[in-house]
Design a protein around this ligand. Sequence first.
Ligand code: ZN
Length: 654
Amino acid sequence: MRKKVIRLTAKKIKKRTRVAKKAAKQQKKSKNFYITTAIPYVNADPHIGHALEFIQTDCIRRYYQLLGCKTFLTTGADENSLKNVQAAEAKGVTPQELCATNAEKFRRLAISLGMEFDSFLRSSVPEAHFPGSQKLWKRCAKDIYKKKYKGLYCVGCEAFYTESELKEGRCPEHDRKPEEVEEENYFFRLSKYQKQLERLIRTNALRIIPETRKHEVLSFVRSGLEDFSVSRSTSRAKGWGVPVPGDASQIMYVWFDALNIYQTAVGFGTNEKLYNQWWPCDCHVIGKGILRFHAVYWPAILLSAGLQPPKSVFVHGYITVEGKKMSKSLGNVVNPVELIDRCGAERLRYFLLHLPAFDDGDFSERALVERTNHELVENFSNLFYRITYFIEKNFGGTVPKGRPGKNEKAVQRRFTETAAKKFTPAMESFRLHEALGHVMELSTELNKYFQNAKPWEHPRDGTPLYVSVNLLKDICILLYPFLPLTSERALKALGCGRDINAIGSLSLKPGHRIKSEKLFEKIEHKPAAMAAAPTEKAKSSGKETIRMARGLIPFEEFAKLDLRIGTITDVKDHPNADKLYVMQVDLGTEKKQIVNGMKGIYRKDELQNRQVIVVCNMEPKDFRGVRSDAMLLAADDGTLLVPVKPLISGMKVR
Ligand SMILES: [Zn+2]
């Protein structure tokens, strides 16, 4: 009787694996997956809310990669706003300079978070974005008409508000009074599309996730849609933006062309073949504040143009900091770049992805450190090390033979079931926090199994290790969308690839070689201000005092310097200083921006592609509004120190 039960279960597992394989195969054949982040305004530094959205988008993209889909991710910079013209004026630079500097900060944030993108499109770059935007305008021409307009305009939002939408007369996003604006503009006949939009959203042809946002949009649509303005006078916009075809007095309203970045990034107006390959977009990831633009205006524009609307819009919440809304006036804006320097991108990804995907989530650095120490180090990383180290020590680093019994098969079954019935549905509906939770449940489950099997009491019995290392592989594969670097490192140590079809199977066969690896170590919570200050202990130590008096430093102090070979990939003039350059330096796995005073000493072309020695772990410093993340070694007269032969970027210097 007992045997029969086991056999049946094994059969079920096989069947399930077959079904999963078939589904993955179909997906592979038929599916391209196109996803976008919202395109941030680049009039200020990126904050942790941008980091959240970048990470969520990257996580979804990587999930589809895991399924074998071809994927494309677009992000970029929304630059044609009046706000940028005003900010540039205030700083005494051109809008082009301001946008280039600011967009670079977002691009660098995306890279340092491990977000893989295929296009970073800047909307003020004419050749990339203007032809497609003018093409879109022309295709909508039948629904565009001119009229005089007077309204309340928030420059922060670049949007008109009605009295009823304001909070005590102030913009709900920016808490400031909108300006009264009167001018003759072009309008888009949004009212015409009310019925069509309603149907699109109600039937989930345009899926708005979560449901609460879907209802919010539906009730907005049902309450009646008003035509909206899609141009500005060229004079008020100071000529900054995409010109309206055939009317030099008008430029396009920033939202009209900004939404179109999603199309121009995949070749709309410039490369139709690429466009047809990727459009319609599978998913726009956005914050709740810009829902209407994405779920109402944008699909209506596309319908008018005879183009397909996106398939889904995923709406995430905002991040509060220690229970409070993030704001400049409160001084609690979290800079994600500094956070990555202190805690690492993978920890930040873990923390942000564990927050409820659809609601507001709270951030504090202490919570990040505590949660990741507990869940990543104690639950997962320690388990990974214990299992791999045990195999290394007792079986010479090769997977031992084993005979999985009833107990093992039950654990294996729970893994397969969790992957198929919990993880997959959570990912497909963008409940990323739940999906991540399920992966961590598996880690807890494996911890339990390993603990109960007590392999240290029977070091010759290979069964617990054979099974454990295979289950470990499953966890590492499922972690890929969330912690791509960790997943890659772990799978490399296990000597296997990222094959989703291998989940639930004992594909790491006896004799297969693996290596032990410590994936995470605990970190301490150090507030930013304290991290830089010397500790009490160091101050009071007598030895320290003597050394400092003689101007000597111990070797450990010198070894703290992270010196590396870098290659200068770009040199620009500093927007606000005559004597400074802003350089981009490639360090192999990352790029750093360096501001320095080489301008009077070297021409730009003398520096381009030059290899240099970079001090990588400098505290970031602001030089007249531009961040410098590192410094170059140079002699006192400004002569650059360079290697005598070409080296690999990123190589350590000792
Ligand atoms: Zn506003």
